[in-house]
Design a protein around this ligand. Structure first.
Ligand code: SF4
Length: 363
């Protein structure tokens, strides 16, 4: 078997699935393993205790899939519109901001399906081989593998950046037993002296270049964190109700971000610029129905309401908001009620400035 020729064919088949791929050995460079250990030791993972589990597998992908001799890393673009809408929403406190990756279908299913399709295509060419696809679904250091596969460099915000595609893409991997020739790893970090993402982060969560304190990160707080959100951080969250893209919006490399060609990531239910009060009216049934197939559904109705309450509290005083908050109090559980009380208190401070104006440093 000519594996070099096969690798080139796989690239073409991947391209037909809108995947850009690279190949690497299943090895995680030591510097990434050390960085992970230091990050955990500092407690920056917050409540994400699963990072402590499976550390051996995270450092050695062969432990996840023992016959692995190659990793096919893949990226799939997800931006469905230019960033001006994002900036407008961030500057409009009556609207809610949701991370752009979550506006359409759940990427786990979409990307996993495409990786599976790619493997099946390879099998039609060469017959059965041993493979397993991953999409943010196992302890894999996917940025490190993608960097090894030449798909880009890791920026100071810790996301992968490709000089011709920015950072607005998902990553997935196929672990397989084909001895495919490895691509040239990316060794040059393109950040240079830039610190735009660190400066613009609303909660100053990028505590050092290449180090994010998840406990301050709005993506973590609104998605991963289950309990009460630190009142000191709430005003800084502005109208961000599910995730946050500020570091990506500020990054100069995203001048080169590519729009998705997939209908799967098209915006549903006006989620690119939703009215906060309209979202607040959603019952749990509406939440579950409207977000069927969306990654947002995973956080559950309680966290959804908690996040919305904070955004409503951060909006300028509005009698309709006050009424909506007050009338929801009796039907809310303790967690949401606590955030509603906070929001009502914020609303009553009528002279307060808007919590977080979009900074001029966005490109
Ligand atoms: S904003 Fe600047 S420092 Fe941050 S990832 Fe982009 S290039 Fe690097």
């Amino acid at each position: 078997m000519n594996y070099t020729a096969l690798a080139e064919k796989i690239r073409i088949w991947a391209d037909a699935l809108a995947l850009t791929i690279g190949f690497s050995a299943p090895n995680i460079p030591e510097k990434h393993q050390i960085a992970m250990q230091n990050w955990l030791a500092a407690g920056y993972h917050g409540d994400m205790h699963f990072f402590h589990h499976n550390q051996e597998a995270r450092s050695d992908p062969k432990r996840l899939h023992p016959t692995t001799c190659s990793v096919i890393s893949a990226r799939l673009n997800y931006w469905s519109e230019d960033k001006n809408t994002s900036l407008t929403v961030l500057n409009t406190p009556s609207l809610g901001y949701l991370s752009r990756y979550a506006l359409g279908r759940d990427y786990h299913k979409v990307l996993r399906h495409r990786l599976k399709q790619l493997c099946e295509k390879i099998e039609t060419e060469i017959g059965p081989f041993n493979w397993r696809p991953f999409t943010d679904s196992a302890p894999i250091m996917e940025h490190a593998l993608a960097e090894q596969a030449g798909l880009g460099f890791i920026g100071k915000h810790t996301l992968l950046i490709h000089p011709k595609a920015g950072s607005t893409f998902f990553l997935g991997e196929i672990l397989c037993d084909l001895p495919l020739p490895a691509d040239t790893p990316t060794t040059h970090c393109g950040c240079g002296p830039c610190t735009a993402c660190m400066t613009v982060c609303p909660t100053q969560a990028i505590v050092a270049p290449f180090t994010v304190d998840a406990r301050r990160c709005i993506s973590y707080l609104t998605i991963e964190h289950d309990g009460s959100i630190d009142p000191a951080l709430r005003p800084l969250m502005g109208n961000r109700i599910y995730g946050c893209d500020d570091c990506q919006l500020a990054c100069p490399w995203n001048k080169f971000a590519q729009l998705s060609t997939s209908d799967d990531f098209k915006t549903r239910h006006n989620l690119n610029q939703p009215d906060l009060l309209s979202l607040w009216q959603w019952s749990e049934t509406t939440f579950l129905r409207n977000l069927e197939g969306s990654p947002i559904r995973r956080i559950g109705y309680q966290k959804w309401r908690r996040n919305l309450a904070i955004a409503l509290g951060n909006a300028p005083y509005d009698q309709q908001i006050m009424q909506a908050l007050q009338s929801a109090l009796t039907q809310s559980d303790a967690l949401v009620a606590e955030h509603i009380h906070w929001a009502i208190d914020q609303q009553t401070k009528t002279t307060k400035p808007i919590a977080v104006a979009v900074k001029k440093s966005y490109i």
